[in-house]
Design a protein around this ligand. Structure first.
Ligand code: ZN
Length: 149
């Protein structure tokens, strides 16, 4: 990755940390779950409103470090309006990217690609995936809090 691109990515992550998108309680939610990353202290609650297999709305509260907050914010933008089946596929692709298992292709991830750099920092992978694991738990209707360990 070139230095310019890396810098752009850092700015985007910082922007989503300072001005998180969709960070509020969602009154009309069909699913929600809480997640906690004890290694870093990140805590997030994810709400999602699903109708006819489509993510009509999604929001989160909490956050934590810059990576956890930015990742939750980017996640809400990435999945809003998408079919639930796509959400699972995006989560799997995102997980392969941040764990370095996608061979650096990041296919179909769009803006989520700005978090690709966390694969160089194993502890940060849990920060980046917390919101996604929590979303997954919400979709599974699993009310147990998620602990990323
Ligand atoms: Zn964190």
């Amino acid at each position: 990755m070139s230095g310019d691109l890396r810098e752009l990515y850092q700015q985007l992550v910082f922007d989503h940390y300072k001005r998180p998108r969709n960070q509020h309680v969602l009154g009309q939610a069909t699913h929600h779950a809480e997640g906690h990353n004890p290694l870093c202290g990140d805590e997030v609650t994810v709400w999602i409103d699903v109708a006819d297999g489509i993510v009509r709305d999604v929001a989160f509260e909490g956050g934590g470090c810059a990576i956890a907050t930015a990742s939750a914010s980017l996640m809400t933008e990435a999945i809003k309006g998408r079919p639930v089946a796509d959400v699972e596929r995006i989560f799997e692709a995102f997980h392969r990217m941040v764990t370095g298992k996608d061979g650096g292709t990041h296919a179909g991830l769009g803006k989520l690609e700005v978090l690709a750099g966390v694969r160089e920092f194993p502890l940060r992978v849990k920060c980046a995936t917390l919101a996604w694991h929590t979303l997954h738990a919400a979709l599974e209707r699993d009310s147990k809090p998620v602990i990323t360990e």
